[in-house]
Design a protein around this ligand. Sequence first.
Ligand code: FES
Ligand code: FE2
Length: 346
Amino acid sequence: PFPTSIPVPFTARFDSQIISNLIDLSHTKVSQSETQDTDLPPHYPNSWIPVLESRNIRVNEMKTLTVFGQELVAYRSQSGRVSVLDAYCPHLGANIGVGGMAVKECGEECIRCPFHGWTFRVTDGLCVKIPQLNIVIKSKLLYTECEIPTARIKVWQTIELNKTIFVWYHSDSSSPHWDPIEIQEIERNVWRYEGRTEHIINCHFQEIPENGADGQHIQELHTPAVMSGNVLNKSTFYDLLCKVLKHEWESKWWPSATSPHISQMSLNVKNKLFGYTLLEIEFTIRQIGAAFVVLQYKTVDFGGISGAFIQSITPLAPNRNRIVHQIYSEATLWGKLLAKFLLYGE
Ligand code: FES
Ligand SMILES: [Fe+2]
């Protein structure tokens, strides 16, 4: 069925069988079952999962991400929109995040693979151009100008909210049935970003939200002042510290009555020196989905200084998670000082 004027190599490559027999990249993924002890729940939760902080990807920048045991590539287009795609090209498996380029094709934003130039539309991952076949595509002999059937790269559903880029993960590829919640003070720049901490935690993902809901351990483990860390080998110095400088915690946890993916906690913490309260803070905490927690705080005194910790948990691989705390605070000197103090404690 091919026009005889097409050079032989192009004819061979245009065989629809070849195009649809795209390279099998399943070996590049760390599958849930491969690494899973049968007694454990799945390693990655079905949830919106924060994968990147907004400030870490500029316009026209491309970044590779290793999350859920897979390589993905994030790209912020000229319009400011972030797209997240599988990193490996469905042609011969090049990592598009390494040398890939943002291009416009057929008037649409696309990503071009650095290996042979196959070009994928960022909205749905469809391959809209194979440079070696350009003449055929443009002459519309076989396919419409902008569509090469079956060649497609996976585009992950993505939301950018609260200065965070979320990707929807679902083990059965189901669509999202809820959306992340907007924190207006962050989204509208009422609160200022005051810093972050990042840790890698080697445990099953589920341990982290379960620990967050475990109010009982707080009084036991986090009693001394935040500056001392979580001292497990209690020493004379620790005992002395506990007498002088102390945290008192009161917490209550309850699931949201209307949104099954949200749970809430109220937490009151009193920082005491020789038994006198120096600083009392009320936290209102919301766990939104499996991987995102907003801890809004307000001091009881000092005119009610307010701000929030944002906790983002990203499963990187089975039993390996990145946990990032970012702090946002009201734009006052006292707000800034309190934020730095809380971040230091964190
Ligand atoms: S590997 Fe050939 S175009 Fe991507
Ligand atoms: Fe804790």
